[in-house]
Design a protein around this ligand. Structure first.
Ligand SMILES: *Cc1c(COP(=O)(O)O)cnc(C)c1O
Length: 411
């Protein structure tokens, strides 16, 4: 079930205070999710969630994670700069791949843990940083298919990420010779997984693999990083993941492999993105055209340049009409933006209440991988981001782009 925690009055007030379209994020909701994740892993020694910056790269949002004691997961120079600005130095995971020259050195300078996507990263780090850090992380690719709850929920074999087991065996020996004292293990084997077995199955695989590699190489295990990939219920009939049950199941796997989760024993990390902020954001947009041909269309003032997931993946985002939550859904519409692309549809053949021009539509679950994936196709501009603060204040945390921004890179 999509998130309906905020009353319509919040969106009505926001749409009076700021021109549509804009994203609205709920700070209290984000903090609530942060605390529930913390609680689910309170049994773990040194639990650390590094929020995946790419999901919602706004420093005001990132600062919430830092304030709550969490870190940030980065994959590029600009994301590292954002993490620095958010005050996350010393609590950064650098999980990049195909890394451009110079980025390992910058990450290292910020005290980030370097998560090596490939065995050849060793040479690049040596040449950029002078030596290997004492603690490093290795991204594992087990190959084959990844199965949880009897379903294939990932295909590591087709994925470009990570090291093979044979490479990890060989690489750890090499790393030990280069002065590495401890290693972490990392894998991201699914995306938007609603199966509660995803994290526990992944945990067991990573823990067992790390345990065996450590016994073989003599390099100690510092942490197991379960990364991201936990899903959210975009569809009305979907249920949220029971995260406290997930925490308990991961603890069971931990005890099996590493014994008592006492202080000083192996740490648990995560790089959740979507799960942390996805439900706590909405694209707020206004109905501006109605068109009736073979189908009935509602044209809104937002488009897929601001929220491309439906146009790229055919992803479902729930839509509600402000002030008409309980109205009967008598109509069937395609809800569309203005791009000269027929894929620019927020909804296809969707049952909705009757929409009048000027109605405010909410595109739900837009708090992760939405603004961040925006673009300027057709000369359309990215919109503003507004934060509903815990005290009820609405604050603009990023202005909308202007034509000056669009032309700023031309020489
Ligand atoms: C995208 C990504 C994440 C976050 O994924 P979500 O699906 O948003 O949880 C975490 N770690 C890495 C390395 C990623 O690429």
């Amino acid at each position: 079930m999509p998130n309906f925690n905020l009353p319509d009055s919040v969106f009505e007030n926001a749409a009076k205070a700021f021109p549509t379209p804009f994203f609205l994020y709920d700070e209290a909701g984000i903090r609530q999710t942060i605390r529930s994740v913390k609680a689910a892993f309170s049994w773990a020694p040194h639990f650390m969630e590094y929020f995946a910056v790419k999901a919602l790269p706004n420093p005001e949002v990132l600062r919430i994670f830092v304030e709550e004691g969490f870190g940030l997961d980065c994959a590029s120079e600009c994301e590292l700069m954002l993490a620095r600005r958010a005050g996350a130095q010393g609590k950064i995971m650098f999980s990049a791949n195909d890394v451009p020259s110079g980025e390992f050195a910058y990450a290292n300078q910020l005290g980030a843990i370097l998560n090596l996507d490939d065995i050849t990263d060793i040479e690049q780090i040596l040449s950029e940083c002078g030596r290997m850090p004492e603690v490093i992380s290795i991204r594992f690719n087990p190959g084959g298919g990844f199965i949880a709850d009897n379903d294939i929920i990932g295909s590591p074999e087709e994925s470009k990420y990570g090291w093979t087991l044979a490479q990890m065996r060989e690489g750890l020996k090499r790393l030990k010779g280069l002065g590495v004292k401890k290693f972490g293990i990392h894998a991201l084997l699914s995306s938007n997984a609603l199966e509660s077995a995803y994290y526990p199955m992944l945990a067991e695989l990573l823990m067992q693999t790390a345990h065996d590699l450590s016994a073989e190489s003599g390099v100690e295990v510092a942490f197991v990083n379960l990364s991201g990939g936990v899903g959210i219920p975009y569809l009305p009939e979907e249920k949220p993941v029971d995260f406290s049950a997930v925490g308990k199941a991961v603890e069971k796997a931990y005890r099996k492999v590493f014994g008592e989760p006492t202080k000083g024993n192996v740490a648990i990390c995560a790089e959740l993105g979507r799960y942390m902020t996805g439900p706590h954001g909405w694209l707020v947009t206004k109905a501006i055209h109605r068109k009736d041909i073979y189908r009935n269309y509602i044209g809104v003032d937002g488009c897929s340049a601001q929220l491309p997931r439906p146009s790229i993946y055919g992803a479902y985002h729930h839509i509600s009409v402000v002030g008409k939550r309980d109205a009967t859904h008598t109509e069937v519409y395609d809800v569309v933006g203005s791009l000269c692309e027929n894929s620019d549809k927020f909804a296809v053949q969707r049952q909705l209440p009757k929409v009048e021009m000027g109605d405010i539509l909410l595109i739900h679950d837009a708090g992760a991988h939405c603004y961040a994936m925006g673009h300027n196709y057709n000369g359309r501009l990215r919109c503003a981001e507004i934060m509903l603060k815990e005290n009820g204040e609405l604050r603009m945390i990023r202005r909308a782009e202007t034509p000056e921004d669009y032309f700023a890179t031309l020489l």
